[in-house]
Design a protein around this ligand. Structure first.
Ligand code: ZN
Length: 188
C-alpha cells in the first residue's frame, strides 16, 4: 500500500475529463487499493483518480454500512454517526462509473472536498440515483443509491468530468471560496 498526494485547487488537472479504463489489470487494482488508503488517511469519504492526477475513470468511496434506514434518522444524526465511525466500513471501488438515472427529488447537503480542504458549502442534488459500474472482478454492477451515498457518487463522478462541488454553487460563493483557498494553500 502506498499513499498518493492529493492535488488541490487551482491545479488544472482537476478540470480534465478522465479517460475510460479499457483493461482492468493489476495496475488498476493497485491504484484502487492505494486510492482507498489515501482517502482513509485523509479522513475523506470519497476520492476520484483525477484528484491524485491519474487520468482514469476510477472512484472510491466509503459512506459506511448502516443497519437502519437513513430516512429514520435526521441528516445531522446520520452524518454524525458517519463521522464518529458508528457505522461499519463499506468500501466501494468503481471502474468506469456511469449514472443511468437520477431521482426527481432534490436534497441539500453540506459538501467538502479533499481537493479544497477546509471549505464546505451546501449543494442541492438529486437524492437518489442508479449507477452502473465495473467492479474489481470485472463484473458490471447496477446499484441504487440514496442519501449520503447518492451525494457522494455524484460528487465523485463529477470529478471524472472536471467538475467540483463549488461549480454547483453561486459564482459569488465559488469565487470567495477559491480566492481564500488558493491563498491559504499557496502559503503551505
Ligand atoms: Zn471532491
Amino acid at each position: 500500500m502506498s499513499l498518493y498526494e492529493i492535488i488541490k485547487v487551482p491545479n488544472p488537472f482537476l478540470k480534465i475529463k478522465a479517460k475510460p479504463v479499457i483493461d482492468i489489470n493489476n495496475n488498476i487494482l493497485t491504484i484502487l487499493n492505494d486510492m482507498l488508503e489515501t482517502m482513509y488517511n485523509a479522513n475523506g469519504i470519497g476520492l476520484a483518480a483525477t484528484q491524485i492526477a491519474i487520468d482514469k475513470r476510477l472512484i472510491v468511496m466509503d459512506c459506511g454500512k448502516s443497519d437502519f434506514e437513513e430516512s429514520d434518522v435526521t441528516e445531522e444524526e446520520y452524518d454524525e454517526k458517519v463521522r464518529n465511525n458508528k457505522i461499519e466500513p463499506n468500501p466501494i471501488k468503481m471502474i468506469n462509473p456511469e449514472i443511468i438515472s437520477l431521482g426527481k427529488d432534490l436534497q441539500e447537503r453540506e459538501e467538502g472536498c479533499l481537493s479544497i480542504p477546509g471549505y464546505n458549502a451546501n449543494v442541492k442534488r438529486p437524492s437518489s440515483l442508479t449507477v452502473k459500474y465495473t467492479n474489481e472482478d470485472k463484473k458490471v454492477i447496477t446499484l441504487d443509491a440514496k442519501g449520503l451515498l447518492a451525494t457522494c457518487i455524484q460528487h465523485e463522478i463529477d470529478h471524472l468530468n472536471g467538475i467540483l462541488f463549488i461549480d454547483h454553487i453561486s459564482k459569488l460563493k465559488r469565487e470567495i471560496i477559491l480566492k481564500k483557498a488558493i491563498k491559504e494553500y499557496s502559503k503551505q
